[in-house]
Design a protein around this ligand. Structure first.
Ligand code: ZN
Length: 124
C-alpha cells in the first residue's frame, strides 16, 4: 500500500461553465446541460477575491504595516474571481434532468478520467 489516492469531486475536464444570456450554464462538448445557477463558492458571491494573495495571518498583516491592512480590507487587492469571472454566480449540473445520452457522456468522461488517473499512479 502507501499509495494515497485522493478522491475526485467528480468535475471533469470537458465539462465547463459558459455564460448564456448573462447566466451561467454547464456545457459538455459545446452542448448545454440542464443546470442551475448557484452562488459562487470561491468568492462567496462577492465576484471578487483576494484568494490569489493567499491567507494572511495577523502577524504577517502586522509586518506589512497598517496601510497594507487598510488597503486589503477596503478591497484594493481584490481581483475579479477567476471561477465566476466576477459574475458572483456559477452553474452546477442538474443530474436528475440529464438525458440518458448526456448522463452516459458525463459518466464515460468521468471513467476516462479515472483510468487516466490510475495510469498516472502506476509505478508508485
Ligand atoms: Zn466567484
Amino acid at each position: 500500500m502507501g499509495c494515497d489516492v485522493s478522491t475526485s469531486t467528480g468535475a471533469t475536464m470537458s465539462e465547463q461553465v459558459k455564460i448564456v444570456d448573462g447566466k451561467p450554464v454547464c456545457f459538455l462538448y459545446d452542448e448545454p446541460l440542464p443546470s442551475k445557477v448557484v452562488v459562487c463558492g470561491r468568492c462567496d458571491g462577492k465576484g471578487v477575491s483576494t484568494a490569489y494573495l493567499g491567507a494572511y495571518t495577523m502577524e504577517e498583516m502586522d509586518e506589512q504595516g497598517p496601510e497594507f491592512f487598510e488597503d486589503y480590507m477596503s478591497g484594493v487587492y481584490d481581483r475579479q474571481c477567476d471561477k465566476c469571472n466576477g459574475l458572483r454566480v456559477t452553474a452546477v449540473i442538474l443530474w436528475d434532468e440529464l438525458t440518458k445520452e448526456q448522463e452516459a457522456d458525463l459518466e464515460s468522461d468521468y471513467i476516462d478520467e479515472q483510468i487516466a488517473r490510475n495510469e498516472r499512479l502506476m509505478g508508485c
